[in-house]
Design a protein around this ligand. Sequence first.
Ligand code: NAP
Ligand code: MG
Length: 401
Amino acid sequence: MQKIAMQTPLVEMDGDEMTRVLWRWIKEILIEPFVDLKTEYYDLGLENRDKTQDEVTRLSAEATKKYGVAVKCATITPNAQRVKEYNLKQMWKSPNGTIRRILDGTVFRSPIIVKGVTPYVGGWKSPIAIARHAYGDVYGAVEEKCEIGETAYLVICKNGKEIKRSLIHDFDKSSGIVQGAHNTDSSIKAFARSCFNYALAQKLPVWFGAKDTVSKIYDHRFKDIFNEIYSAEYKQDFEKAGLYYMYTLIDDVVARVVRSEGGILWVCKNYDGDVMSDMVATAYGSLGLMSSVLVSPDNKYEYEAAHGTVTRHYYNHLKGEETSTNPIATLWAWIGALGKRGELDKNAALVAFAQRLERAVLTTVESGFMTGDLVPLFNADGITPQKLSSKKFLEKIAEKI
Ligand code: NAP
Ligand code: MG
């Protein structure tokens, strides 16, 4: 067959360990035979980040700004042990953090729904997507310990002069702790716009919950900004699309989410999103079935899997063992990126290929062929699930295509 042509390159961000191995196989077995793949390649593997003083990460984010669509492999965020293991010049920052800062984006995570893999929560029929604000709050906070006899104040200065002072706590009877967190209107506004744009594109209603009854200034500011932006910029489009925006208390959202059928965008403040996305991923089945996309306020897209580099499997792979690591979330990143590239370039053949690949992955699992993590979750009448190695699984998908 004639291979599908591409006009604009994808920004390709290669990564580490087991996912780097899967990356190469996905390209060889499922993409390059069908698509005349055009990418601008950035090697974000830890060795190359170290070699380039992490310049490569910055350049890959700049390229995403230029071309608009990137696909990223999972990468190691080094800790002390990795510095030793890879003999690093320094403990480089999280590449995802760096890319997020440059693109100023919001992370959307959504479970991949496969027939036969049933969520732990019986009522969930459609995906629950989570939008996590990736700036500020407790993640950018300063903290101190206080001894008996110390007093903590919140002090606001202007031009170096104190203009406001409020008592936080007088530690007269017990020692304790204190924390100072912040956020900015501009970040919250960008977050709100990213969420409403994503919801319109995915045709999902938006639920946002915070604790404005307790946090009457801080959380209330989130609520107000979301309301203002929704009414002024999105309400009409939402109503035309038959969608809605709802704000309610975080506790109420949690209860409603569990009772729901899914099919919503759940907007979370930073901490809530960190915690709740793990809960949602696990409740739907497996980390290997959670997809993730970073969307900037000016609509640049970076697709990736939500899981890490699956280190434990990689060490087995290095010993020569065949591993059964689930490549679906990484495949979803490629499907999302190719589909979006096709959509932006009005390349119908590329869009159709992305859809075909998605169907091939789903029908492969539905017909009983899968990686080991899915076998205990699979339940379909008359089908005995078969555990395949990653490579055999990818080859099965190629047969379907
Ligand atoms: P992980 O790579 O997500 O893996 C944790 C465990 O989850 C695995 O050992 C495996 O469980 C299971 N798992 C995850 N993905 C799977 C898949 N596709 N198929 C089958 N099982 C899967 O997390 P980690 O081991 O904590 O972190 C490893 C490295 O990844 C770290 O260096 C971290 O910095 C990095 N990381 C990167 C990203 C990113 O780039 N977005 C995100 C998170 C972590 P079993 O061992 O039970 O099979
Ligand atoms: Mg988390």
